[in-house]
Design a protein around this ligand. Structure first.
Ligand SMILES: Nc1ncnc2c1ncn2[C@@H]1O[C@H](COP(=O)(O)OP(=O)(O)OP(=O)(O)O)[C@@H](O)[C@H]1O
Ligand SMILES: Cc1cn([C@H]2C[C@H](O)[C@@H](COP(=O)(O)O)O2)c(=O)[nH]c1=O
Length: 209
């Protein structure tokens, strides 16, 4: 049995997290690795219910404490029900967003106390940390233009002002800088293939045993 590895993807809306996770999943399977993909908020029936509440524009009056706790509640369920069991079975877990999204959006974006966000999430996850985090960094204008091209209605988080999203980007960049051993920053303006080339080069070392 291989050693379980927990790999997370972070970055703004439209950065290409889903695209890169799909490419990576195929690549790892070809290399004979067992992996699963999950996303946050969601990834379990309870988490999917919480996701609907969190992203619905009906709840524009959601309070910051409620928002932080709902993201953490979805995460607690996902860690306990899906992520830890998969890691114990030696699988590679690819996770679209994790605790760093709460630090970036609720901490930096909404300007809530960073230490409180960190502590709540430490408790919710039982301290589970990723082995590797890929940050797909993209300017806010490009994120918003990709969202526009994708079409459909904006969700509650996408509707937040541009300055909020600028602070989120700063938050991610600061997180990446403060943990260089865990983070790999990728330029999300590059082509899908160029980004994946960089990712694939890094991942093989990480999952070799
Ligand atoms: N490197 C890239 N260059 C140009 N367009 C890209 C690139 N990567 C992804 N896209 C396109 O941008 C859009 C968003 O990509 P994707 O869904 O992978 O992003 P995401 O980070 O998962 O977004 P979200 O957080 O909103 O779910 C899609 O239309 C996708 O085809
Ligand atoms: C996990 C997490 C997510 N968010 C925000 C980020 C996005 O705007 C949405 C999730 O939707 P997407 O399909 O991944 O773009 O929720 C957040 O604010 N805090 C979090 O912890």
């Amino acid at each position: 049995m291989g050693k379980g590895r927990f790999i997370t993807f972070e970055g703004p809306e439209g950065a290409g997290k889903t695209t890169q996770i799909r490419l990576l999943e195929d690549y790892l399977r070809l290399k004979g690795k067992e992996c699963i993909t999950v996303r946050e908020p969601g990834g379990t029936p309870i988490g999917d219910g919480i996701r609907q509440i969190l992203l619905s524009t009906e709840f524009s009056d959601m309070r910051p404490r409620t928002e932080i706790l709902l993201y953490a509640a979805s995460r607690a369920q996902l860690v306990d029900q899906v992520i830890r069991p998969a890691l114990e079975q030696g699988k590679i877990v690819l996770c679209d967003r994790y605790v760093d999204s709460s630090i970036a959006y609720q901490g930096y974006g909404a300007q809530w106390d960073l230490q409180e966000v960190i502590q709540i999430n430490e408790w919710a996850t039982g301290g589970l940390k990723p082995d590797r985090t890929y940050l797909l960094d993209l300017p806010v204008e490009m994120s918003q233009s990709r969202m526009k091209n994708r079409g459909g209605k904006k969700d509650r988080m996408e509707l937040k002002e541009k300055l909020f999203h600028e602070r989120v980007r700063e938050g991610f960049l600061s997180l990446a800088q403060s943990a260089p051993e865990r983070y790999r920053k990728l330029d999300a303006c590059l082509s899908k293939e160029e980004i994946f080339g960089q990712l694939a080069e890094d991942i093989l070392n990480l999952v070799k045993d």
